[in-house]
Design a protein around this ligand. Structure first.
Ligand code: NOJ
Length: 732
């Protein structure tokens, strides 16, 4: 462990030696990269695995046979290509057998878990020409005809569709019987576990190589599947599709690129962080390595936040997603907690913050595109086909939250707020969230700006007052002396207070006091200093401290995690950027950057054995100091950490952010940074921005020159002329 099995395997067998190994090292585990003596590699052996944008390439060399497999999904096809090449680097002619192996999933996740015996008796996989078709069908009310297929570009010499037959009794994927005896069984699957294994045989002269394409696809139309099988008989088609994918990502990244003095920052910001953002946008919290796709779907709060990480590159797709989200709002302004991508069915959760996230995504979209008219477009509600303007949807979201207040006049926390596991509500139904109050202030102020754009002065007045009343209430009730408390429990006692024994301080209400602008300068500095003192660690900022040691029904699920894991004092990478943003707002560039580098995967590559999760994508959390595995990442990929870290570094540290009036240039960086550059597409023009820092300050733009002309303030206007504009910003 960690291991990810079963994978997409290719076994290579040298018939003359009765020996076999894997082109991907797993699952045979032959020592491909074994070192000999003083660190020099054994000649003829080696291993390399590279992950790139939408592909993985694994190269191996064993006994002078070099194999390289590139796995990718073409842009517009429901299939995965394995572009496989093999070369004989030895001086002898070699006769090799290539056995591929995939194990099919069984489509119906719930039935797999609840009635496995049923599935095992309906499974079906058969061979036809150079392919295997996985035809397991479910009872008619599932209503889908999907099947899967796996095919080879070359004529096959054998096949297996049945796992037990291929692997053989008491063997495993490491030594399948078919491979060790050197011959497929030509088994079909009819009940049991369906797989696809194809066998190709080749003879290679010295220095001779050969290429194959294997495809693994899904379809509901046999003709379409056979069309693709035909298409990929020609290697060129696979190479062209791979080139198209490369071109797609090259273009995507042209929308934003930074050149800073720190290579790790460049690596994250220009490729991997943006790439992860695209993945979270596509999948939200649906099916993945961590989520089965049954319990978690398109999270309402998650999906709204995910738009922040991609809106600069795919604004039209963001707009379409926001429309889907708007249609998950109820007429009363509340919203579903999530919906499922296939069925589109929503699920309510009683989370108090959910409705407000719409304001984040809509305002983000308008700032990026300038498309104010979007506010006048209409969308239905989940409980009514009646359509209202987008602006009205936003107002209802605020009104709903502002209308659900508890005894202190703060928003009721409901089942939970952003922190899913802070479940304070008891029989009094009175627990309140200070953080939702802060978020409400932020949202109301954003709606004030939108109201003014639409000349809706009454709305502007109403929401200004709402924000100001809530701000005053929080400041008079929730200041604990050194920081803001997090909530009031069901009996009106403070949570996240120095008076508590556990969970004394919570990151959220400190960072958001600054982000929402509710705290004055003194309190802002004080509460963020307390974050540094109590929550910051060498692996990032912990969510709370000290963690809860036992489950307390009055506090909720947070206490079910071991101290230091997840929301119970873990370093929540989703919430860390809020500390970075708050520090940037305060102008403390060194601190903001320190928080950034502590959790950014590229920096953690140096401690990969501690961090454990991929050193190129953010994890949801890193274990906090209370846990023995302090510093260990978990739950990578589908997490709000992706979008928010991109926002923090690009918009607040490098400091170029879209706003209603144009592109704001407001960097906050470590004072020793001399200069950096950003090239960014914004509203149909390209901005080539150079930031110089001759006085070595952390924050403050003194001069802004656009196309040779000095302009007042720090906002570059939108040109919308498809041309490139040179922006020079001098800090000082
Ligand atoms: C993960 C969830 O997807 C997200 O919505 C939530 O805010 C965080 N956990 C914190 O609980």
């Amino acid at each position: 462990m960690p291991a990810d099995r079963p994978g997409r395997y290719i076994y290579i067998r040298d018939d003359s030696k009765d020996e076999f190994w894997s082109a991907t090292w797993q699952p045979v585990l032959k020592p491909l990269a074994e070192k000999k003596g003083q660190g020099s590699r054994v000649r003829g052996q080696g291993y390399e695995c590279r992950h790139g944008m939408s592909y993985t390439t694994i190269k191996s060399e064993y006994d002078n046979i070099v194999a390289e497999t590139t796995y990718f999904v073409p842009l517009k096809e429901n299939l995965e290509v394995w572009l496989f090449s093999i070369k004989n680097n030895s001086k002898k002619k070699r006769s090799l057998a290539i056995f591929t192996y995939v194990e099919f999933c069984l489509w119906h996740a719930i039935m797999d878990m609840t009635d496995f015996q049923y599935t095992l008796n309906i499974s079906k996989a058969v061979n036809e020409k150079d392919a295997v078709y996985h035809l397991t069908g479910y009872f008619p009310n599932v209503g889908r005809n999907d099947f899967a297929y796996f095919a080879s570009s070359e004529k096959i010499k054998g096949f297996d569709c049945d796992r037990e037959t291929f692997i053989g009794p008491y063997n495993s994927e490491a030594n399948p019987l078919a491979v060790s005896r050197g011959k497929s069984f030509n088994s079909i699957n009819s009940g049991g576990n369906p797989i696809a294994s194809l066998c190709n045989r080749i003879t290679l002269k010295p220095a001779e190589g050969k290429q194959f394409v294997f495809i693994l696809g899904t379809s509901d139309d046999k003709k379409e599947a056979d069309k693709f099988i035909g298409k990929y008989k020609d290697i060129k088609n696979a190479e062209n599709e791979f080139a198209a994918l490369r071109e797609y990502w090259t273009k995507y990244f042209e929308n934003y690129a930074a050149k800073t003095p720190d290579e790790n920052v460049n690596l994250m910001v220009n490729t991997w962080n943006q790439y992860q953002c695209r993945t979270t946008f596509n999948w939200s919290r649906s099916a993945s390595y961590y989520e089965s796709g049954i319990g978690r779907g398109m999270g309402f709060r998650d999906s709204n936040q995910d738009t922040l990480g991609v809106v600069h590159a795919i604004p039209d797709k963001v707009k379409a997603r926001i429309k889907e989200l708007l249609a998950n709002q109820f007429e009363n302004g509340s919203s579903h907690h999530q919906f499922f991508p296939l069925t589109k069915k929503g699920e309510k959760g009683g989370y108090s913050d959910d409705p407000l996230w719409l304001i984040l995504s809509v305002s983000g979209y308008i700032k990026e595109t300038g498309n104010v008219d979007f506010l006048r477009e209409t969308a239905p509600f989940t409980d009514s086909p009646h359509e209202e303007e987008v602006f009205e949807h936003l107002k209802r979201a605020i009104d709903y939250v502002a209308g659900s207040l508890g005894p202190h006049g703060l928003p009721l926390i409901g089942f939970a707020d952003w922190n899913d596991c802070l479940n304070l509500m008891g029989k009094n139904k009175a627990a309140e969230s200070v953080w939702v109050g802060q978020f409400l202030v932020w949202a109301a102020r954003e709606v004030v700006k939108l109201s003014k754009t639409l000349s809706k002065n009454d709305d502007a007045k109403r929401y200004t007052k709402l924000a100001s009343d809530m701000k005053d209430r929080i400041n008079s009730l929730a200041w604990d002396g050194d920081w803001y408390i997090r909530a009031f429990d069901d009996d009106g006692n403070p949570v996240g207070s120095s008076k508590n024994n556990e969970g004394k301080i919570d990151l959220l209400t400190q960072a958001w006091a600054v982000i929402s602008g509710i705290s004055d300068d003194k309190r802002s500095v004080r509460c963020m200093d307390m974050v540094k003192r109590h929550l910051a660690s060498r692996h990032g900022v912990m969510l709370i401290t000290p963690p809860y040691t036992t489950y307390d029904p009055k506090i909720g699920a947070v206490g079910t995690f071991a101290p230091g894991l997840k929301e119970n004092g873990g370093i929540f990478c989703h919430a860390n950027p809020w500390a970075m943003i708050a520090e940037a707002i305060l102008g403390r560039g060194a601190q903001a950057f320190d928080y950034y580098r502590k959790i950014a995967p590229a920096f953690r590559n140096e401690i990969a054995d501690i961090h454990q999760t991929e050193p190129y994508v953010y994890s949801q959390y890193i274990a906090g100091s209370a846990h023995p595995a302090f510093g260990r990442g978990r739950n990578s990929w589908l997490t709000g950490s992706a979008a928010w870290n991109l926002v923090a570094i690009t918009q607040y540290l490098l400091g170029v952010r879209a706003d209603y009036e144009g592109l704001v240039v407001d960097p906050c960086v470590p004072a020793h940074w001399k200069n950096f550059k950003i090239r960014r597409v914004f509203r149909d023009a390209i901005y080539d921005i150079e930031v110089k820092n001759p006085k070595r300050v952390s924050k403050g733009v003194k001069d802004l020159v656009v196309d040779g002309k000095r302009i007042d303030g720090n906002i570059v206007p939108p040109f919308k002329d498809k041309r490139t504009h040179k922006v020079e910003a001098k800090m000082g």
